[in-house]
Design a protein around this ligand. Sequence first.
Ligand code: WQD
Length: 332
Amino acid sequence: MGKILATGGTGYIGSHTVIELIKKGYEVEILDNLFNSKIEVLDKIEKITGVKPKFHEVDMLDAENVEKVFAEGNFDTVIHFAGLKAVGESVEKPLEYYKTNIDGTLNILNSMKNNGVKKIIFSSSATIYGDPGQPQCVETLETGRELTNPYGKTKYMIEEILKDAAFADKELSVTLLRYFNPVGNHESGLIGEDPNGIPNNLMPIIMKVYKKEIPELSVFGDDYDTRDGSCIRDYIHVVDLANGHILAMEKMQPGVSIYNLGTGNGTTVFEMIKAFENASGEKLPYKIAPRRAGDLPVLTANAEKAEKELGWRATHTVEDAMRDTINFLRNA
Ligand code: WQD
């Protein structure tokens, strides 16, 4: 069983995946610059798993040090989580997003090439479907059309870069995992989503409202053509997402494999509020606000391919995610 390098492994999705990898007996090292995560995550991983993964505090834009990590690591597989991910910020700072996400990935790919590492799993996003013109996304849909922000474009561009790399090197195995809306955290409540700065995703905002750091949640639109007027998304528990990486890794083969990681089910914003209130036992203050530009009424995953080919299926519910979130909030 070869060694794994997790770029961005101290981040939200990365750290949860590292935990599941360690639990299954894999050896993992982490490369992260701690731009949007904290070094304490390593102790928490150790507390949960009994193992403290080897950590490299390296910026993936620092090609020289990335190369050093690879030269010493003898890795079998890279799981590439690292990148900037705030949609709104990416509109304000496009060059930073292109530089970090694209150049960073190129540095990782170059070092993989220099050191004979032939497998890479990439954290892609449902955002690359743009406006798919239908509520459910299947992997065969065209991607890259009508992308509304540089963040989403970098995810699309990196998918294309990886496809070209796999075309040129027939020994390369590339797996693109298209995440839907990750929520929840490890059941211990020791780790969870803890973004620096003002969050723009629904769950981290709900968490800040609960902690009274934000006075109320703005529900972006209650007049969509959905069952209660608010938008529908496919919220996937991060531990399910983490396990998807492991099953995908165990089935890697040369060429490009693409999987949606979502539940296949949709939840409205109002249903999310209700589920959070049920878990916390408290009312969550909210107001109705105008629609947010670029939001689609409904976006869910067709997750049949991952089920059929990987034997992967989400087993946690939104209720589980809310219970774990409350646990994290009360622990932190
Ligand atoms: C979910 C729902 C909002 C905040 C985005 C990116 C995507 C991916 C995940 C990330 C929507 C509503 C939200 C709020 C609200 N990448 N909402 N009030 O838009 O599905 O996807 O995040 O890193 O690329 O586009 O997720 O969490 O922003 O929103 O009513 O204050 O919650 O309108 O319906 P989204 P989200």
